[in-house]
Design a protein around this ligand. Structure first.
Ligand code: ADP
Ligand code: MG
Length: 396
């Protein structure tokens, strides 16, 4: 039974996005599950997701958005609506209330005011969470092994659960998820974004490449120029659809905070930040982590993964990272260049090519921990004082 409130956010003002998401995600047990900016995507989201509240940012064009609100309220009478605006004139507020919004919140947002509004109207029923588990994997720097981990993690989860895992390649221009599985999908995420109107499962099935290893890949667009057809709203819709079809969806996620990526991140149950134990990578990981916190991402959803660990090599050890993030390192994956490179070159997962390797064992354990099946081993013990190095990482 969950008491978490799932929020659909309608917001056509890109510059307000970060502030709104942070304010809403910052409320107790409250999570933005989708942000959309047009009526069609909103209808699609509300049909597929059972949300506790719809929050509508009426700015910058309240009159237009009140008309939209009226249509949504008629179509989805069970979804409570909170409207918000910088405008405070009573005519506009009365108009919004008449067409179906239950609460009105003024901007700039007052946290308590927003909380009261959500508390008052949120439908709190168990089982509102979208089906499926979504795991975003982001590399703190290029080449840290995010794609390797994402692909092998999807396979290990499939193996542990006996259910097909979905993988979405959100590295729209140069993603290599399909290559990692030695697949060359004919249809991709771009084809789903070109569809007029609502997506359905048949379309998703056509675009997805099913592999014998129990992984279903939704590849990046076939060529770089096609990447521009991918929109944030469509990515959210595709992710919802995939979540309804696959128990686990792993997303190879770009290191970016554009709306496409944000939609994926906010729908994630777990965000894996992959780093290596070198100064630039740890620094970037800190920056990434801080930004996730600024966006209101709950800390317990973010996990730090150390990849390519070599004992006794380099000046930073996992315990240093733990100290800096003030949280345990979730997984440490050893370095084995030959084994990983061979597997990538042939497009074979580690499970197939190097089933007994330490790298594979660590990724399997990571999968198991994310599934909550096994007790996570605490990585290392004790702490070392490395102030000069930390000065380079965190203060420079
Ligand atoms: N645990 C590991 N041990 C050794 N090499 C690794 C490991 N993980 C990844 N690599 C290597 O790092 C390189 C980059 O991996 P990749 O997964 O493409 O990174 P990213 O997606 O973060 O750019 C590849 O050559 C891969 O073989
Ligand atoms: Mg990659």
């Amino acid at each position: 039974m969950t008491s978490e409130r799932y929020i659909a956010l309608f917001n056509a003002d890109a510059s307000a996005s970060i502030g709104l998401r942070a304010a809403i995600n910052g409320l107790p047990a409250t999570k933005v599950v989708t942000e959309v900016s047009d009526l069609e995507s909103l209808g699609d989201a509300l049909r597929r997701l059972t949300v506790s509240v719809l929050i509508v940012n009426l700015d910058p064009d309240p009159d237009r958005h009140i008309a939209l609100l009226e249509r949504v309220a008629t179509q989805f009478p069970d979804v409570p609506i909170i409207a918000m605006s910088e405008r405070t004139d009573s005519q506009m507020i009365i108009h919004a209330m008449r067409v179906g919004c239950q609460q009105f919140v003024f901007k700039p947002l007052d946290r308590d005011d927003l909380r009261r509004a959500v508390d008052r109207v949120a439908v709190s029923r168990p089982g509102l969470a979208p089906a499926g588990r979504r795991i975003c994997v982001i590399g703190a720097s290029g080449g840290v092994g995010a794609t390797t981990i994402a692909c092998n993690l999807a396979m290990e989860v499939a193996h542990l659960t006996g259910k097909t895992s979905g993988v979405m390649d959100l590295q729209l221009e140069f993603g290599d998820v399909a290559t990692s599985f030695d697949a060359a999908p004919q249809y991709t995420l771009a084809n789903l974004c070109e569809v007029d109107g609502e997506l359905d499962q048949v379309m998703l099935d056509t675009a997805i490449t099913r592999l014998s290893c129990n992984v279903a890949v939704l590849g990046r667009p076939r060529n770089v120029a096609e990447a521009h057809v991918v929109t944030a709203d469509r990515v959210a819709a595709v992710l919802r659809l995939m979540s309804n079809c696959y128990d686990t969806v792993v997303i190879d996620t770009p290191r970016s905070f554009d709306r496409i990526t944000l939609n994926a991140l906010e729908m994630a149950d777990h965000v894996l930040v992959v780093l290596q134990l070198i100064v630039p990578s740890v620094r970037n990981a800190v920056r990434l982590y801080q930004t996730l916190m600024d966006y209101g991402m709950p800390d317990d959803r973010v996990h730090i993964i150390v990849n390519r660990f070599r004992k006794g090599v380099g000046s930073i050890i996992p315990e240093d990272v733990q100290q800096q993030f003030r949280k345990d390192v979730f997984a440490v994956i050893p370095n084995d260049y030959q084994c990983v490179t061979n597997s990538l070159d042939f497009g074979h997962p580690l499970m197939a090519d190097a089933p007994n390797s330490a790298v594979r064992a660590s990724i399997r354990e990571l999968a198991s921990d994310l599934l909550g099946d096994e007790q996570r081993e605490v990585v290392g013990a004790g702490a070392r004082n490395k102030s000069s190095l930390f000065g380079r990482i965190f203060n420079a």
